[in-house]
Design a protein around this ligand. Structure first.
Ligand SMILES: [Zn+2]
Ligand SMILES: [Zn+2]
Ligand SMILES: [Zn+2]
Length: 200
């Protein structure tokens, strides 16, 4: 299935994407048997830190001419070109939560690590397997590509695949279905959080 993410279209043509694709379909030293495995193509997006200008259709149309507490318009009726410098910039720099933005990006790698651990944990507890015995039953593989969006907020495209204990040539147990994997991914992405010295 061809999924195209506009900000990553360049990336999709590149080597990294082919590596991720191999994780889904096989190829590049990954056996074709992975086609039979439960596998997901996942996109993880940063939370919104405030409204930003967007390209393509009308930016942020609003009927009223409401303004924020800094006197800036809450809407934008313009149609911006992709290369327009304003694209990705906050509508109001004072309303935009820059501290949260900076913290999120500083911790994106750690958030990913926690997400990975969380998926394994969710899946194990859903099927009644202890963490320590999980490797005896199945193996989870993750391949990720991180790409900066126009608003400088990272989103991550990743492949998650479930194999048997010996890897891609090995079938996962009966409980290892795509639905179970989806539930585990959703639950983990929802729960992942990091406390920093600056967290509210
Ligand atoms: Zn993308
Ligand atoms: Zn705009
Ligand atoms: Zn404002």
């Amino acid at each position: 299935r061809a999924t195209v993410c506009a900000p990553c279209s360049r990336l999709h043509a590149g080597d990294t994407f082919h590596l991720v694709r191999a994780g889904l379909l096989g190829g590049k030293s990954v056996p074709a048997t992975v086609r039979d495995r439960p596998r997901l193509f996942v996109t993880l997006t940063a939370p919104s830190f405030g409204p930003v200008h967007g390209a393509g259709a009308r930016c942020r149309p609003r009927r009223d001419r409401a303004r924020c507490e800094h006197g800036r318009l809450l809407g934008c009726g313009a149609v911006h070109d992709t290369n327009d410098a304003v694209v990705g910039q906050p509508l109001c720099a004072d309303c935009y939560d820059y501290p949260a933005h900076v913290l999120w990006h500083a911790h994106a790698g750690k958030l990913w690590d926690r997400f990975v651990i969380g998926v394994r944990r969710q899946l194990a507890s859903a099927v009644g397997v202890t963490q320590s015995r999980f490797p005896d039953h199945a193996r989870l593989s993750f391949a990720r590509v991180a790409e900066y969006q126009k608003r400088a907020a990272v989103h991550v495209h990743a492949v998650v695949r479930l194999d048997g204990p010996n890897g891609p040539t090995n079938e996962p147990p009966n409980w290892g279905t795509a639905d179970r994997l989806i539930d585990a991914v959703r639950a983990s992405a929802h729960r992942v959080a990091i406390r920093t010295a600056y967290s509210p």
